[in-house]
Design a protein around this ligand. Structure first.
Ligand SMILES: Cc1cc2nc3c(=O)[nH]c(=O)nc-3n(C[C@H](O)[C@H](O)[C@H](O)COP(=O)(O)OP(=O)(O)OC[C@H]3O[C@@H](n4cnc5c(N)ncnc54)[C@H](O)[C@@H]3O)c2cc1C
Length: 478
């Protein structure tokens, strides 16, 4: 089970003074300290772990964020930045001696520039509403996490989030041009801007994916793209996971670049059919592959994909012919997480592997699932090798969560062993904190800790995450 550091008793003793200080800086409704209300912030989407914070604050401007951080810096209070709290890795899980700093009230569009193709927003804006702000003019924001209705740009930057369409367009870091970030001592820093690259060290790249460890992002400049002329998915069913994995590998090898290649296996197909009734075939595994462009480009890419898929004897190959059919093909995939949640408790893993390892890794996951006696459903972004095994367990059954976590650790270690990575898009948080040693040796970890030292010398920002606790103990204590 996961350890968290013992709360700092001296901070807890000063609770009233700290809250009074926060109330001096922000309107009363932006400082949440009633224990009944702070419970709303006790967890994120990794609901197995909960702890109410000392207080939660909801500033509305960069200046208010800076004022809160200056106070917390002076008082030695830990701060956990929070977007919408949809992290699946426990990234925005608080500790009892910390303040949640939420950006949910910071939702304004600050600037839209079509000739230069960017939008500047406050970081609390939801992912989907960024596209919403520009779609009438024929533009969109490409990274599309399945949680996009709820999750904030702040959290997307925190986790370097991806989504189904990132195979073609890249993840957050590839679509982020600049940020305004407030350091723990209240210093406001601008990184990047409305242009492709900046001179000097790539600090924007360091901040993107830093999981609230380096500063609080308050504004972001994002690349927007003209909407493609058209897009069309094809659904392909297979007799086995491994054959579906081989088909993905062959498509990528052939140099075709679909906008998305999504994978679902039988447990997931069964659950989503019962939930969303999308009309998926009765098969072991299916792929949803989407291509986009002009009608001629779509036809050409569809032709190539179908040709490759047919070599793998698909049980069904269903090309969409209309907007309605496209929506039905995507319906089950988009409902997959909700559908799984209806039937079981589950833990959603997130690791990446080289695409050519898909057949091997899927086979090994099946074997491990049998060994542990826990069912694993797979639904993931197969085109970029970003796996999301969902381990099903019963939270009310003693020992099930622990077995689930151990199986999760084994699967993620397998991802590293085949040349992949512990996280593709959900981040490390508390979930994979102790597995970092499977990926990095002590010298690598030390280099990363020194980056945090430089940005946050007092180790007050989200300090119990990302790195194994014993690797950070002396820094946190100092
Ligand atoms: C059903 C479901 C589906 C999902 N699908 C996807 C998916 O397809 N792709 C994907 O990538 N993720 C997915 N996720 C995970 C999650 O939605 C993403 O990680 C998302 O980017 C988190 O955004 P958030 O605003 O909720 O951030 P939070 O959960 O609030 O925070 C996430 C991290 O960012 C940090 N952070 C938050 N705000 C700031 C800030 N202002 N400054 C600095 N750091 C900050 C936090 O400290 C934390 O470490 C899914 C989650 C769910 C529940």
């Amino acid at each position: 089970m996961m350890d968290m550091p013992i709360p700092d008793a001296m901070v807890l003793d000063r609770r009233d003074r700290i809250i009074a200080g926060l109330l001096d800086l922000l309107p009363a409704e932006a400082v949440i300290h009633d224990p009944m209300e702070t419970r709303a912030y006790e967890c994120d989407a990794l609901t197995a772990y909960r702890c109410a914070p000392l207080a939660a604050v909801l500033p509305a401007t960069t200046q208010e964020v800076a004022a809160v951080l200056r106070l917390c810096h002076a008082e030695g209070v830990k701060v956990v930045p929070r977007g919408a709290g949809t992290s699946l890795a426990g990234g925005s899980l608080p500790t009892a001696d910390s303040i949640i700093l939420g950006v949910a009230r910071m939702r304004a569009v600050l600037e839209v520039d079509y000739p230069n193709r960017f939008i500047r927003v406050q970081a609390g804006m939801t992912n989907l509403s960024v596209t919403g702000a520009v779609e009438e003019d024929g533009f969109f924001y490409a990274p599309d996490p399945s949680s996009q209705l709820a999750c904030a740009i702040a959290g997307n930057i925190g986790m370097n989030s991806g989504g189904a369409h990132c195979l073609k367009y890249g993840v957050t870091t590839n679509n982020l041009l600049g940020v305004t970030i407030v350091l723990m001592d209240g210093t406001v820093v601008e990184l990047g801007g409305a242009h492709m690259d900046a001179p000097g060290l790539d600090l924007l790249g360091v901040v993107c994916g830093s999981e609230g460890q380096l500063g609080v992002v308050t504004e972001a400049t994002l690349r927007i793209l003209p909407k493609p002329e058209g897009a069309r998915p094809v659904l392909i069913g297979f007799e086995s996971n491994e054959v579906a994995g081989e088909c993905v590998s062959d498509i990528i090898k052939a140099g075709v670049l679909p906008v998305a290649i999504e994978f679902m296996d039988r447990p997931c197909i069964r659950a989503t059919e019962a939930f969303a009734k999308a009309g998926y075939p009765d098969c072991e595994a299916l792929l949803i592959i989407e291509v986009e462009g002009s009608a001629a480009e779509i036809d050409e890419q569809m032709g190539l994909i179908s040709q490759i898929a047919r070599k793998h004897d698909p049980v069904e190959l269903r090309e969409s012919r209309s907007a309605d059919e496209s929506a039905r093909i995507w319906l089950g995939r988009k409902s997959a997480f909700g559908a799984m949640g209806q039937i079981n408790d589950y833990m959603c893993l997130d690791g990446t592997i080289p695409v050519s390892s898909l057949p091997h890794v899927l086979r090994r996951i099946g074997e491990m699932s049998r060994d542990y006696g826990l069912e694993v459903a797979n639904v993931f972004h197969a085109g970029d090798g970003n796996m999301h095994p969902l381990i099903l367990f019963d939270a009310n059954k003693p020992g099930d969560l622990e077995r689930c976590e151990q199986l999760g650790a084994d699967i993620l270690t397998l991802c590293v062993e085949v040349g992949g990575c512990l996280t593709g898009e959900h981040g490390v948080g508390v979930e994979k904190r102790d597995l970092m040693t499977a990926q990095y040796d002590p010298a690598d970890l030390e280099a990363q800790l020194r980056v945090k030292d430089a940005f946050d010398p007092k180790w007050l920002l989200n300090p119990a995450k990302v790195f194994p606790l014993d690797a950070t103990a002396s820094r946190r204590a100092a």
